[in-house]
Write a protein that binds this ligand. Sequence first.
Ligand SMILES: NC(=O)c1ccc[n+]([C@@H]2O[C@H](COP(=O)([O-])OP(=O)(O)OC[C@H]3O[C@@H](n4cnc5c(N)ncnc54)[C@H](O)[C@@H]3O)[C@@H](O)[C@H]2O)c1
Length: 434
Amino acid sequence: MKVVMVGAGYVGLVSGACFAEFGTDVVVVDVAAEKIEALKQGRMPIYERGLEKLVGDNVADGRLTFTTDLEAAVAGADAVFLAVGTPTRRGDGHADLSYVYAAAEQVAKAAQGPLVIVTKSTVPVGTGREVQKIVRRVRPDLEIDVASNPEFLREGNAIGDFMRPDRVVIGVDSDRALNVLKRLYRPLYLIETPIVATSIESAELIKYASNAFLAVKITFINQMADLCEKAGADVHDVARGMGLDGRIGRKFLHPGPGYGGSCFPKDTLALARSAQELGAPVTIVEETIAANEARKAAMADRVIAACGGSVAGKTVAVLGLTFKPETDDMRDAPSLVVVPKLIEAGAKIRGYDPQPHYAKQVLPQEVFFAETALEAAQEADAVVLLTEWNEFRALPPRKLKAAMKGSVAVDLRNAWEPAAMRECGFSYSSIGRI
Ligand SMILES: NC(=O)c1ccc[n+]([C@@H]2O[C@H](COP(=O)([O-])OP(=O)(O)OC[C@H]3O[C@@H](n4cnc5c(N)ncnc54)[C@H](O)[C@@H]3O)[C@@H](O)[C@H]2O)c1
């Protein structure tokens, strides 16, 4: 089989490489010529564990190629996946579908025979029908099916998630599209991955409903953490006691500075907007969005309070800037709210992240980027742990303390051991525990 992946981003590149690993011929197409050029030279445009080797192996085996030439790529393809961005549209919170629609039109124009256009991008319910209309308008002469195959991989564990997913969701309205997708996912079917075949509308909603549910769960435990602080309880005990209930589950009950990243913020907004328009508002998601925004800003206030009510003229070391560990992605990262607020309040920021490539492009210019965590801590009055990379967990508190001028530690991920931090002389605070 031959597959085209339109978009060489976090989803397109990983999915393309994984399909190639399954034994399929894959061409990954992107309009960003510099990305394609880098990939042709064996350089990854993003950081994702294991990706360089997976791509290298499949390129070497001749199953994976990269191009900017969509027309040539589409020739002879059985399926073309759209894995382009669906960012928040300016002004109204809706998903910006212009990249999806443009890509669908380009693919339809380039098609030479029957094929399936599969939306892998996260899109609001109804998008697949619009794609169908575009395709029928552009190519009434061809049998082009449209399908929805939302992606659930998590950055930081993307390859593992693609290769061993909890489920594969396939939204179709023709047997031909279903059969093509089933053949492509056969290696997962063989390891007994549940394949959920639904209508296109249901598949689109499964993705938004899943992300919104997880965002609600995170926000719930974040608010429980605030309550624990007031009540003198420990949120980890509460989360464990709750999570052992099989109906609740233990995952996503870890408190923090508010969710960020390339999916939850924009997907919750887009779901809320399309639900309002369809006349069935999901108010619980609207509340979650507002609570999460307020939480990110409140994290800067926590740091200021821990520093005695002011950070003016103080140096704050911020460890971890990406939205989560094991990625370089900065989209909607809590650091984008916390760091500017601290700078506005007069702090000097010494930041460190193991993957600072995009952080350097999007954080304020005043931020000094250190090469190591201990270098960031040098002469700092306070240290803030914002993203829980493993190397921060392993950082000996005594060494951290010795590098600093002051003794304030604000752990927004509960990654450090309170007793060990206090023993080393830190004035230590964390989330939802005394
Ligand atoms: N990042 C994640 O963890 C994740 C997980 C699941 C689903 N998703 C969804 O997958 C989609 C893609 O996300 P991403 O993080 O990979 O985005 P991304 O911004 O990293 O990549 C999108 C790529 O598409 C390219 N592109 C845009 N228009 C194009 C066109 N007409 N032809 C060829 N290339 C084009 C862009 O240049 C870019 O490289 C989004 O809808 C997102 O919500 C993302």
